[in-house]
Design a protein around this ligand. Structure first.
Ligand code: F6R
Ligand code: MN
Length: 184
C-alpha cells in the first residue's frame, strides 16, 4: 500500500496550508461600506483573510469546500469588525462553522429580516441553514478564527444582503457591547 502525505494541513494554531489552497484578503478599503461610518483607519488595514480548499471540480453538486476565516480585532469608530455577510445563492446549501480561536458572534438573518446571533468561542459549532444570511463579528481582543465546510455549488449572494441589511450593528464601547437596531 502506498502511503502519502495529506495535500492540505489545517493547523489550528495557524492557518490552512497547501499548494491548492486559495487565499483572499479583505482590507479596510474593500470593507468601508460595511460600517455605519467611515473612520480614519489606513486603507491597507487588514480586516480579514479567507482560506478555502477543495479537490476536483469546484462547482460539482455534492463536492465540499473547507475554509477558514481569520477576522482581526479592529474597531471602526467603535463598530466591531465583521465579514461582508451573505446568503448562499443556492438557498438549499447549508454550512457548518466552528470556532477555533477568539470570540465573537455569528449573526444570522432569515428572509423576513429577523436577526439574531450565536456566540462563537473555541469549540462552538454552528449549523447555518440555507435560508439564513450569515455574518461573523469579532467582539474580542484577538484574531477570531472560524473554520467552515460548505457545498461547492452554494455560491454567494451578497446583493440580497445589500437590499435587506442585517437588523443590528454591533459596537464595543469601553469594553461593553452595544447592539444598535437598523431602522428600515
Ligand atoms: C462561505 C462562507 C465563508 C465566508 C467568509 C467571508 O460560504 O460563509 O467562507 O465567505 O467568512 O465572509 P463573506 O464572504 O461574507 O465576506
Ligand atoms: Mn456561507
Amino acid at each position: 500500500m502506498n502511503v502519502i502525505e495529506p495535500k492540505v494541513i489545517h493547523d489550528f494554531q495557524d492557518v490552512i496550508r497547501g499548494s491548492e489552497v486559495n487565499t483572499s484578503v479583505k482590507l479596510y478599503q474593500d470593507a468601508k461600506g460595511f460600517y455605519r461610518t467611515e473612520s480614519a483607519l489606513a486603507d491597507d488595514t487588514l480586516m480579514y483573510e479567507v482560506y478555502h480548499y477543495t479537490q476536483g471540480d469546484d462547482k460539482r453538486a455534492g463536492n465540499l469546500n473547507w475554509g477558514l476565516t481569520v477576522l482581526y480585532p479592529v474597531l471602526v469608530n467603535g463598530e466591531c469588525n465583521m465579514t461582508r455577510g451573505h446568503w448562499h445563492e443556492n438557498r438549499k446549501c447549508v454550512e457548518f462553522y466552528f470556532c477555533i480561536a477568539g470570540e465573537g458572534l455569528l449573526m444570522l438573518m432569515d428572509e423576513d429580516g429577523t436577526t439574531w446571533a450565536e456566540k462563537t468561542y473555541p469549540g462552538s459549532l454552528h449549523h447555518i441553514d440555507g435560508h439564513l444570511a450569515h455574518r461573523l463579528i469579532n467582539t474580542g481582543e484577538e484574531p477570531m478564527k472560524i473554520g467552515a465546510c460548505w457545498p461547492c455549488d452554494a455560491g454567494h449572494d451578497y446583493a440580497a444582503v445589500e437590499r435587506q441589511p442585517f437588523g443590528y450593528r454591533v459596537y464595543k464601547e469601553e469594553g461593553t457591547l452595544r447592539f444598535e437596531k437598523v431602522e428600515d
